[in-house]
Design a protein around this ligand. Structure first.
Ligand SMILES: [Zn+2]
Length: 270
């Protein structure tokens, strides 16, 4: 219980840092320097106004100096990160897996919120995450007693990158060929590519952490989640392109936790 609380607090502090990444990465700014400022009045935010959740509540969601509204995204990201940290901790304990999936979680949270706001996924997160995912997988191959190296985790990670990136790239190309070239449908809001390069890199990154099977599961799960929002848009007659990254990220988390159960159900394992 106490351990969970410590993990929760640690998670909310990390969430606070992820907020900085979400705000600055798409602007091409450094995420470590300078200290946080209010985007409106440019006043430096003092440490005591930077405490996860608590500051937001005490300040009633407004900047101390200019009273500009602080986005709901800040406490939300802190809460999601903190809760997911506890979930990972309860599932894996303080193991290598906890650390490993925590890194994936950071990448997924940043991509989700940057994609919602800017409709891009920063390469630092997708390509950077892909490389880190591969390295962290390769490290798994190390065993010390007796000293022995297994290439299996590294190869699975590599397969995950190729399968994850490959399937979404090929599906996108196939769709564009049929929809835009053969059926000669007009471009949707100036776009003639259904799958952005960002989504390809994102699923490749997910594959680097989760391996080929769970990358495939992510690919097949994401559309079901997207349909829900798509239907809402249809009913409320909102007509705009929805970013796909958040659905891939959500599906990746579902795959991370429930892949075994889904595969057992699908293939009657056991
Ligand atoms: Zn301000």
């Amino acid at each position: 219980m106490i351990a969970s609380i410590v993990v929760f607090i640690f998670g909310s502090i990390v969430g606070s840092f992820l907020n900085v990444c979400i705000h600055r990465m798409p602007l091409g700014e450094s995420v470590v320097w300078p200290r946080s400022r209010c985007p409106k009045c440019q006043k430096r935010i003092p440490g005591y106004d930077n405490i996860p959740f608590i500051s937001f509540i005490l300040l009633k969601g407004k900047c101390r100096f200019c009273h500009e509204k602080i986005s709901w995204r800040y406490p939300l990201v802190e809460l999601i990160t903190a809760v997911m940290f506890v979930v990972l901790f309860l599932r894996f304990g303080l193991t290598y897996n906890f650390f490993f999936y925590m890194v994936l979680l950071w990448a997924l949270i940043i991509s989700t919120f940057v994609d919602i706001k800017h409709r891009i996924i920063p390469d630092e997160v997708s390509i950077g995450g892909l490389i880190i995912g591969f390295i962290l997988s390769a490290v798994r191959g190390l065993t010390t007693q007796p000293w022995h190296y297994s290439f299996r985790p590294a190869l699975l990670s590599l397969a995950g990158i190729l399968v994850g990136g490959g399937i979404i790239y090929l599906t996108g190309k196939l769709f564009d060929l049929v929809y835009f070239k053969m059926l000669k449908k007009p471009a949707i809001q100036g776009e003639t590519e259904s799958m952005g390069g960002g989504d390809v890199k994102l699923l490749a990154m997910i594959g680097a952490f989760l391996g080929p099977q769970r990358a495939l599961l992510t690919f097949f799960l994401a559309p079901f989640l997207a349909i829900i929002v798509g239907l809402y848009n249809l009913i409320s007659k909102k007509d705009h392109l929805i970013p796909y990254g958040p659905f891939l990220s959500l599906a990746a988390q579902a795959s991370l936790f429930w892949a075994d159960k889904v595969f057992a159900f699908l293939f009657f394992v056991r």
